[in-house]
Design a binder for this molecule. Structure first.
Ligand code: AMP
Ligand code: MG
Length: 448
């Protein structure tokens, strides 16, 4: 049994001709496997990579009890419920220069934010709350009654992170904050999963590469550019294989070359029903592939599976001479055969391919975060399919979020995609939306 068949057998009511958006996500989560190779990277090279191991804190953070304020450190046991506290200032503790020596009852130490708490002291009064009295060389402060409790304005050793505990977890994406956290632990490198290599090409005889002269009935290839951008934002290494003409030998060579070098292949076009081309036939021939009809808009047709890297005798694709580097992948590559329409490519990428690639990158799966916004207009929607409408979220005068569609929702209309900052997700069972109704929005955020 092929892998596709095995997964299909686990799923109740699997019907490739009637997939739901949720069903596609679930299927892909079962189909993909994460990369295994680990790269130890210097922090400056690790942004956007996925941790392959927990980052363990080698020490307590902060390493000492220290002051959270500029003020005066003293022993809180002297605070009385009914009287102000007068203390004599006997020295100063600076950040980076601890105050040495003992502090007796009735005494305090002037202290700066971040400075180590002098031995035996546990409380800091912020400087703006005290009354300062100076006579000759002697400085005294008065702390008003009822202002403080023992332990106030002191940060405890290890309160951010205890030594030996995981500061960051395997599967977390290295964001700027996480790089900073690793650096704060003195770590110069982190263990990451190697980046994914993703090859992509466009199919269709009517698709022109940039630089080609326009001709009747032909359109410039935009899918390679959107796919390139989406993959680059994910931190994937991209392999651009151009536009592949509708010719069996060229298609076979492109698929097998891609499968030999990449972890995943993304194609666009040629998967619709009644498509008079060789793309689907070649996917079927070279791989273990499911062809789906998804109850969604835009989108609908999609092919997924695994393409083998075994070449047949005649391979005419020029890249097989080595221009894309050495073959590195004997098990072949995951295939995401996306529809041809430019917006359908982006929507199916965001809804399905991106979460699947994140799993392949070793990232901990996280549910897609959806915001709630009030629709500023009525939207027609038929129950029984998931619709993704291009929208622009903004802040309403009352401070709540509102969303408006960005005009024509045709699946070839990239302009309305370019104007959008998110997708309004109208779920499978949902019907018409009235003005003011709350809808879910998937923000593009870091994805594009
Ligand atoms: P298909 O899925 O091949 O039937 O294509 C659907 C529509 O998308 C057709 O109008 C194609 O011309 C268009 N299309 C397919 N591939 C591309 C591409 N790479 N760039 C722009 N438009 C495309
Ligand atoms: Mg086509």
């Amino acid at each position: 049994m092929s892998t596709i068949e095995q997964i299909a057998a686990q799923l109740q009511g699997y019907d490739p001709q009637a997939m739901t958006a949720d069903g596609v996500q679930d299927f892909l989560a079962r189909l993909v496997t994460p990369v295994r190779d680990v790269l130890e990277l210097p922090l400056f090279e690790a942004l956007g990579r996925v941790l392959a191991a927990d980052v363990i804190s080698p020490f307590d953070v902060p390493p000492h009890d220290n002051s959270a304020m500029d003020g005066y450190a003293f022993s809180g046991s002297q605070l009385a419920p009914d009287a102000a506290l007068e203390l004599r200032v006997i020295g100063t503790a600076l950040a980076g220069k601890a105050w040495q020596g003992s502090v007796l009852p009735g005494q305090c130490v002037k202290i700066m934010t971040g400075a180590v708490m002098p031995a035996g002291l546990d409380t800091v009064v912020p400087q703006e709350f005290v009354q300062l009295n100076r006579s000759g060389d002697v400085e005294r402060i008065t702390i008003p009654v009822g202002l403080l409790r023992t332990g106030d304005n002191r940060r405890l050793r290890g309160e951010d992170l205890a030594q030996g505990k995981a500061a960051l977890q395997k599967g977390e994406l290295l964001t700027p904050a996480r790089l900073g956290l690793a650096a704060s632990l003195g770590l110069e490198t982190v263990k990451t999963w190697r980046p994914l290599r993703v090859a992509y090409f466009s199919t269709g005889d009517e698709i022109l590469s940039l630089g080609e002269a326009p001709r009747e009935g032909a359109v410039y290839d935009s899918n390679r550019y959107t796919v390139f951008g989406l993959l680059s934002r994910l931190g994937c290494q991209v392999i651009d294989m151009g536009v592949v003409r509708d010719d069996p030998a060229l298609l076979e060579a492109a698929f097998t070359d891609a499968a030999a070098q990449a972890d995943a292949i993304i194609t666009s076009g040629g998967v619709s029903v009644g498509e008079a081309d060789y793309t689907k036939a070649m996917m079927k021939k070279l791989g273990d592939v499911a062809f789906w009809r998804i109850a969604m808009r835009p989108g609908r047709p999609m092919a997924v599976g695994r393409i083998s890297s075994i070449k047949s005798a005649f391979s005419a694709y020029p890249a097989s001479t080595g221009s894309y580097g050495k073959s590195s992948n004997e098990q072949g590559a995951m295939l995401f055969g996306l529809p041809g329409n430019p917006v359908a490519v982006m929507v199916t990428f965001l809804a399905f391919v991106r979460p699947a690639l994140l799993r392949m990158m070793g990232a901990k799966p996280e549910p897609t975060l959806l915001l709630k916004a009030h629709s500023t207009e009525a939207i027609r929607k038929k129950p029984g399919r998931t619709e993704y409408q291009r929208g622009r979220v903004s802040t309403a005068p009352d401070g709540s979020l509102q969303v408006k569609t960005t005009g024509s929702q045709g699946s070839g209309v990239l302009r309305s995609m370019a104007e959008a900052n998110g997708l309004i997700v109208l779920h499978h069972g949902q019907g018409n939306v009235a003005v003011g109704d709350e809808v879910d929005v998937m923000m593009f955020d870091g994805a594009m």
